[in-house]
Design a protein around this ligand. Structure first.
Ligand code: ADP
Ligand code: MG
Length: 242
């Protein structure tokens, strides 16, 4: 059984068809990187997998559960899929620790001690346990993004989605976030990652999807899609970013 199966996914905003029949699969423990030009529908694809957007048609199955089924419990489905955004999206009025415990307590109904124990484990994992008591604004962008990753992990997701997690960071802070993501990949986390970091995709991805104009133009191992692209559109894109 695949961790994520996306079948003929369509999504429009008004007259604009942003996803025009996406088929993609992420196997359990795999890292799949999504690359492609701005506006090609990468964020919309991830947002559909987390049900932040409602697809117009098509099917998404997460570990056997069809989350696009109208009878599916949206909150239960969302819990199984963690998401990390470009802009971190931490709650600025809460300490780092409270950022990690609030959803555990409200959504998973964990008690305070249990939620804090899980939070501290995940802050340690991403290397910012010493920042538990401070507010996000006092942290660097790289630290904030690592906190955001720890927050998502604290919910015990089956799949992690990353939407350009390093694009808002100063160049010298990109490495620490990619390092945490590499570690997660090594530990067997299933990950779907939108990124412009071609070196990361080349080294960590099991599979790369190149999207353009709302379709997957080309997909395969990085040795194929990045190192030896077959399609003209993929070649043009890579020539710009590499
Ligand atoms: P990418 O992440 O690849 O840059 P997006 O998925 O963000 O692409 O956007 C794809 C297209 O959908 C863009 O033209 C964008 O303007 C449009 N779009 C995205 N979200 C919305 C929305 N909520 N309402 C209207 N148009 C949107
Ligand atoms: Mg985007």
């Amino acid at each position: 059984m695949s961790a994520v199966q996306i079948i003929d996914l369509h999504k429009s905003f008004g007259d604009l068809e942003v996803l025009r029949g996406i088929d993609a699969t992420v196997e359990s423990g795999e890292v799949v990187c999504v690359i492609g030009p701005s506006g090609s529908g990468k964020s919309t694809l991830l947002r559909c997998v987390n049900l932040l957007e409602q697809p117009n048609s098509g099917t998404i199955v997460v570990n056997g559960a069809e989350i696009t089924d109208p009878d599916c419990d949206i909150n239960a489905a969302r819990r199984r899929v963690g998401m990390v955004f470009q802009q971190f999206n931490l709650f600025q009025h809460l300490t780092v620790l409270d950022n990690l415990t609030i959803a555990q307590r409200k959504v998973l109904k964990r008690d305070k001690a249990d939620a804090e124990r899980t939070a501290m484990e995940n802050l340690e994992k991403v290397g910012v346990a010493d920042k538990a008591r401070v507010y996000p604004a006092t942290l660097s962008g790289g630290q904030q993004q690592r906190v955001a990753i720890a927050r998502a992990l604290s919910m015990g997701p089956e799949v992690m989605l990353f939407d350009e997690p390093t694009s808002a960071l100063d160049p010298e802070l990109v490495g620490e976030v990619l390092g945490v993501m590499r570690q997660l990949a090594t530990e067997g986390m299933t990950m779907l990652v939108v990124t412009h970091e071609m070196q990361f995709a080349r080294e960590v991805a099991d599979k790369v999807l190149f999207m353009d104009g709302g379709v997957v133009v080309e997909q395969g191992p990085p040795s194929q899609v990045i190192a030896a692209p077959r399609h003209e559109r993929t070649k043009t894109f890579l020539a710009r970013v590499l």
